[in-house]
Design a protein around this ligand. Structure first.
Ligand code: FCX
Length: 435
């Protein structure tokens, strides 16, 4: 791993020098104006963050270091006999900014395998919670319990030069990514499989070891996990989980604290929890209609009822995207190859045929198209992972790759503590009156 860390340092030094020049020469350049509506409405569209790992285009979707999801599926190294990209390769790409070789991916895979040990007190912390606790609550508590292992926090307490922050954050990030599948699988087996835990298998790649610890042995499920871990990893910097991790990290909270904070945001229904909401919504619809395949008219009526009840249609809409999410399309392609006749998948596709028209007709949602969460649950149910309250934990394990690669960059670039200005409505009223 040390050669990858050295390579990161070289890249970071180069970019730091460029950023210093940019600020020196163009520090007063105006990027855009900010409107009053933007300030009240979630700062939508305000360019206020720098995130190196990925960039979102409203019409085209996400690109990781310039590569779209179809390109990643083609170009990133695969497991032997596999067709889906290995998430370790995406992590390398986000960190270094270049496509990895097979050897780079192997290195990361074996480092993650070696560092996956989770201390017992973390399992004790999970075990202390009632079984009814939501898996995302267990997950964030477990990450907080793991914070005892932070090398950054220890080094900071002893006193380190700010030039060295990145190095400890880098190590913490790798250790945390290595440990998360074990923690997540422990939560799953405790809550849903009577506490019969499965030990990690160091021979497996990161995603299939995770699948193995969850209790799945199907090769197609391993492939799904690799794809899932790649497509959920990063979505530029402004989304709640990425922004929160970055924000909390800017106070020099260590990667465990920062990531746990990000995960509490992912647990919200308008963000990562939407994946459980989608499948719940579809299952409720099916139950209400007496089971089996609904007709297009029945789906349409159910969508309209959801909206009339003042609820959102989960899995549809996006704060930035204005087209079908390529992460949805990648999952649709996976389903067409592996499970084209699955009933739930076919319902997801019928919903896709129905919802955009209705949302467009009503004219309120700026984006009527499906996002990543509209498809993922149906794939998981097919392979037997039916416990939908766990789905956001899967999202969280994947999201660690992007937000922690980003956190390494934050510290390597020496980014400042985040502290935007806020005002009161009284201030706004006086401002618009010109006072
Ligand atoms: N169903 C019903 N109404 C919707 C809607 C949907 N799927 N999407 C947007 N709207 C509504 C909003 O609620 C808002 O209504 P309001 O004016 O009464 O508050 C109006 O349309 C305008 O919202 P818009 O600007 O289009 O969307 P926002 O940027 O405010 O919000 C999210 C974006 C994603 C939060 C919104 O589309 C939504 O609630 N979708 C459903 C939940 C979901 O799928 N979240 C997952 C998103 C993502 F992929 C992820 O983070 O995982």
């Amino acid at each position: 791993m040390s050669y990858i860390k050295d390579k990161f340092k070289v890249k970071a030094d180069e970019l730091s020098a460029e950023v210093k020049e940019l600020i020196k020469n163009h520090g007063n350049t105006k990027i855009e104006d900010v409107t009053l509506a933007q300030v009240y409405q979630g700062m939508r569209g305000i360019t206020g963050l720098v995130t190196e790992t990925s960039l979102l285009d409203a019409n085209e979707g996400i690109r990781f270091r310039g590569y779209s999801i179809p390109e990643l599926r083609e170009k990133l190294p695969k497991a032997p006999g596999g067709k889906e990209p290995l998430p370790e390769g995406l992590f390398y790409l986000m960190l270094i900014g270049e496509l990895p070789t097979e050897a780079d991916v192997q290195t990361i895979s074996s480092v993650l395998g070696r560092r996956s040990h989770v201390p017992n007190h973390v399992f004790d912390a999970i075990d202390a919670l009632p079984l009814t606790t939501h898996p995302m609550t267990m997950f964030t508590i477990a990450i907080m319990a793991l914070q005892t292992e932070s090398l950054f926090a220890k080094a900071y307490a002893e006193g380190i030069n700010k030039k060295d922050y990145w190095s400890y954050v880098f190590e913490d990030s790798l250790n945390l990514i290595a440990r998360l599948p074990r923690v997540a699988a422990y939560i799953y087996r405790r809550k849903y499989k009577g506490g019969q835990h499965i030990q990690p298998n160091g021979e497996l790649d990161w995603a299939s070891n995770f699948a193995h610890m969850l209790g799945y042995t199907d090769d197609a499920f391993n492939e799904l996990m690799r794809l899932y871990m790649v497509i959920h990893a990063d979505h530029e910097g402004g989304n709640v989980s990425a922004h929160t991790t970055h924000l909390v990290g800017s106070a020099l909270s260590d990667p465990y604290l920062s990531f746990a904070a990000g995960m509490t945001g992912l647990a919200g229904p308008l963000h990562g929890l939407a994946n459980q909401e989608v499948i719940k919504w579809i299952l409720d619809m099916r139950e209400e209609l007496g089971g089996g395949m609904p007709t297009k008219d029945q789906i349409e009526a159910y969508v309209r009822k959801t909206l009339a009840d003042g609820k959102v249609v989960p899995g549809y809409g996006h704060a930035v995207l204005r087209k079908t999410d390529p992460r949805f399309t990648a999952q649709m392609e996976f389903a067409k190859t592996h499970l084209p006749n699955d009933e739930l998948v076919r319902i997801v596709w019928m919903v896709y045929d129905t919802v955009p028209g209705i949302l467009t007709e009503l004219g309120k949602a700026k984006n009527p198209w499906p996002n990543v969460d509209a498809h993922s649950g149906a794939l998981l149910v097919h392979y037997g992972l039916v416990e939908y309250e766990f789905y956001t934990v899967l999202f969280g394990v994947s999201r660690a790759l992007g937000v922690l690669a980003s956190l390494c960059w934050d510290r390597a670039l020496g980014l400042s503590i985040e502290r935007p200005k806020s005002v009161t409505t009284e201030w706004m009223k006086l401002f618009v009156e010109g006072k």
